[in-house]
Write a protein that binds this ligand. Sequence first.
Ligand SMILES: NC(=O)c1ccc[n+]([C@@H]2O[C@H](COP(=O)([O-])OP(=O)(O)OC[C@H]3O[C@@H](n4cnc5c(N)ncnc54)[C@H](O)[C@@H]3O)[C@@H](O)[C@H]2O)c1
Length: 323
Amino acid sequence: MEKVKIGIIGTGYIGNVHARIYARDERTEVSALYDIAPEKAERTAKSVGGKICSSREELLEKCDAVLVCTPNKTHTEIASHAADEGKHVFCEKPFSIGLTNAKKLLEIAQNSKGVFQVGHNRRYAPVYAKLKELLSEDKAHSAHIKMNRGELLNPVWTGDTDITGGFLYETTIHLFDMMRFQFGEIAELVAYGSEHEYPELDEFSIILKFKNDFHCTFASSSDASWLFPFERIEVFCHHRMIMTQEMEHLIDSKGTDANFETFSWAMTEKEERWGYVQEDKAFIDAILNETEPPVTALDGFKSVELVESVYRAIKTSERIKFD
Ligand SMILES: NC(=O)c1ccc[n+]([C@@H]2O[C@H](COP(=O)([O-])OP(=O)(O)OC[C@H]3O[C@@H](n4cnc5c(N)ncnc54)[C@H](O)[C@@H]3O)[C@@H](O)[C@H]2O)c1
């Protein structure tokens, strides 16, 4: 069987995570690398191989599937270019910045002949797969969710809204996608936000109601320290609470006593614990089987829509309703 030729645009932190995974996958070959800082591509080529390209066009000629691993603001243009060229596209989160760009990319992705997958890796993380499995056997009533960061300093562009689109696009969007994955479609939300450490809204409190009557609170802070767990979901069911702690532990407590069962992935390799290995495999499965990937362009679009709705709710003090 011929190997799927992978081209990586942006060989920084996450580009290298995917490069290492595909270098080990017998169904793929890391064929081409392009980074505006050529020394970055050279470093990646030394560890996993691949031709260092001097332009995006050259990279597109040398691969079947493109991984868009550049900073947020470049995703729409680079992913559109690759999809227009008929390539399979894996676009890191966020799918896009702003509704206009997101609509444009959604249309291109949906009309492209290739697979288009968005990098919401947490859906594949064992802790969240386990949560979904447990919730398939019990009805979730409500939840309390948090997703924090310790700083917006590393990489340096994470504090630059011209590049990120805002803190919600950079970090919180992961669990925005997770809410839809676990609890379904959102009906309405109210949100409050404030500005403290950085010249942008950096603290958020959100209340959401879902179409199935589930409801939850969501808190997100960009300067909360890296105190573990910086990301947590507490779900409340009938005499039951299920709590995730980062991507390491899940605690399931049932009944009216203080009983609980703990599941741990603390000893699982990070690339698998965070779902990167599984999402990269799913992308190749979708290409080879000609099936829809688990996280589609529409999922990517909906996470952008949610980010924009929260910013709008804060700006206008209005309750936002979804169709
Ligand atoms: N899914 C996840 O868990 C996860 C984790 C980290 C980052 N990300 C996302 O991946 C993207 C990259 O993040 P990172 O942490 O790897 O950043 P990074 O700064 O480490 O790497 C980005 C690379 O892209 C290169 N680059 C910038 N503009 C380019 C362009 N126009 N063409 C080609 N190369 C270009 C830079 O030189 C750099 O090497 C971001 O959108 C980020 O949100 C996702």
